[in-house]
Design a protein around this ligand. Structure first.
Ligand SMILES: Cc1cc2nc3c(=O)[nH]c(=O)nc-3n(C[C@H](O)[C@H](O)[C@H](O)COP(=O)(O)OP(=O)(O)OC[C@H]3O[C@@H](n4cnc5c(N)ncnc54)[C@H](O)[C@@H]3O)c2cc1C
Length: 405
């Protein structure tokens, strides 16, 4: 068991959850002079499961500050386009951006953390606090003590459940179907129309988007990359409940793991794509063997700090993915936390109060922004309405609204 902080040793933090928020918090707090250990419930490293991630300036800043090498970060794109049902481009927006994969980011950030401080197979069960610090207990019997505990345990956070049990994910009324296609498996016509771009197809109440990401082994060469394909579709809550049942009749609460999505649902989305999507997006889906769906939720915790426990990333708040800000917000939360905790002469409680003061409002803005952009999926359209593709392209691109005051 580790000892509490004393004046001759650095402060110690426990970080729970080794996905994006946890990796950034560990790397940045170590740089700020803390002793940090990161605990993940998964028994195996998390790579191999993620799809596309859009980068923003906030994310690039946090990567650089963490010491990650961002030279080969992802695929550089220059513009956003919207196509109509016949693949004619109906809107364009110049917007240079790097798009990448969750796996690539995980690889870069994981490399910043020494293995002796990265602990797999550690499922946090309870947290206790005293005047001098926190004690974390794990289901494998491990007990750890520290000056601070950082909850980076995602949108179903058990740590948030301890302190804010009323804050629960709220279903948005739609799901995303998604998958990745190998560049080489896409027909040339689809590649020519959408591959090097952030592309949209925007029929009423639906949003189909796609962008290129690195391929296997993070390959960036032409021909070896992949295309991240996403279809937002409204699904009422009752229907969602039936979709969360797997082939064996087992019900999965909130979300279902990709391999467990039923074949009849996959067949149905493929049929719908044949009728409803333009050739580029339709043919890209044909190249994806097993698309899967994720219900969209958001939530906002009105508090991020509970004594010596701080919530960051999705544990604190989740904005719907239209703004592509989940990872950037997690990284910026971690960055702010490390900033306020850098000076060892400042009391931890005082530093945490400043962190909460700075980041709560940003989380709320992300949630509100996601709701505004997602509103399009559930609004009533008459058949003659053409909605403003320019507005959607522009507003899903910018992260300016997240700037700290
Ligand atoms: C494997 C994986 C792949 C992903 N792929 C994508 C993607 O392709 N595109 C995208 O937009 N988003 C993806 N996400 C989500 C994305 O990482 C988050 O939305 C965002 O980055 C904020 O991350 P987070 O670290 O706050 O939460 P999360 O990414 O949800 O991570 C929470 C972590 O905490 C761990 N954890 C939970 N409870 C406990 C516990 N009791 N004890 C110990 N550990 C615990 C979880 O196993 C998980 O690793 C993925 C998440 C994961 C875990």
């Amino acid at each position: 068991m580790n000892q509490h902080h004393n004046s001759s040793s650095p402060h110690r933090a426990l970080v729970i959850g080794a996905s994006m928020a946890g990796l950034f918090a560990t790397a940045l707090l170590r740089k700020a002079g803390w002793s940090v250990d990161l605990f993940e419930r998964s028994d195996v490293e998390l790579f191999g499961r993620g799809a596309g991630i859009v980068t923003h300036r906030e994310l690039l800043d946090a990567l650089t500050e963490s010491g990650a090498n961002i030279e080969q970060l992802g695929v550089a794109i220059n513009e956003r386009i919207a196509v109509d049902k016949n693949d004619q481009v109906v809107e364009r927006l110049d917007f240079p951006q790097i798009v990448t994969s969750w796996d690539r980011l995980h690889q870069l950030m994981r490399a910043t953390i020494p293995s002796e401080h990265h602990h797999l197979g550690c499922n946090l069960q309870s947290v206790e606090q005293s005047a001098s610090g926190v004690t974390a207990r794990f289901s494998n019997g491990r007990v750890e003590k520290a000056d601070l505990l950082i909850a980076a345990d995602g949108y179903r956070s058990i740590i948030r459940d301890i302190y804010m049990p009323d804050v629960q994910p709220i279903y948005a009324g739609y799901v995303i179907w998604r998958g990745v296609a190998d560049e080489g498996a896409m027909p040339k016509s689809a590649r020519d129309t959408i591959f090097d771009k952030f592309a949209f197809f925007l029929p009423p109440n639906n949003e189909v988007i796609g962008y290129p990401i690195p391929g296997q082994d993070h390959a960036l060469e032409r021909g070896r990359r992949r295309y991240n394909w996403v279809w937002y579709r409204p699904v009422d809550k009752k229907t969602l409940e039936t979709m969360l049942v797997d082939e064996n009749g087992a019900y999965h609460s909130l979300s279902i793991a990709p391999p467990k999505v039923r074949q009849d649902l996959i067949d149905e989305i493929k049929r719908a794509a044949e009728e409803q999507l333009p050739p580029s997006f339709r043919d890209t889906l044909r190249a994806i063997p097993r698309p899967f769906f994720t219900p969209i939720y958001d939530h906002f915790s009105p508090k991020m700090v509970f004594g010596r426990v701080a919530l960051i990333g999705d544990a604190a708040s989740v904005g719907r993915p239209h703004i592509g800000m989940g990872v950037a917000k997690a990284a910026a939360d971690a960055q702010k936390l490390a900033d306020v905790l850098r000076d060892p002469t400042v009391r931890i409680e005082q530093a945490l109060a400043q962190f909460e003061n700075d980041r709560l409002d940003i989380g709320l803005k992300a949630v509100e922004r996601g709701r505004t952009l997602g509103g399009y999926l559930l609004m009533s359209h008459d058949n003659n309405t053409t909605h403003d593709a320019h507005w959607i392209l522009k507003n899903t691109a910018s992260s300016d609204f997240l700037k700290t005051q």
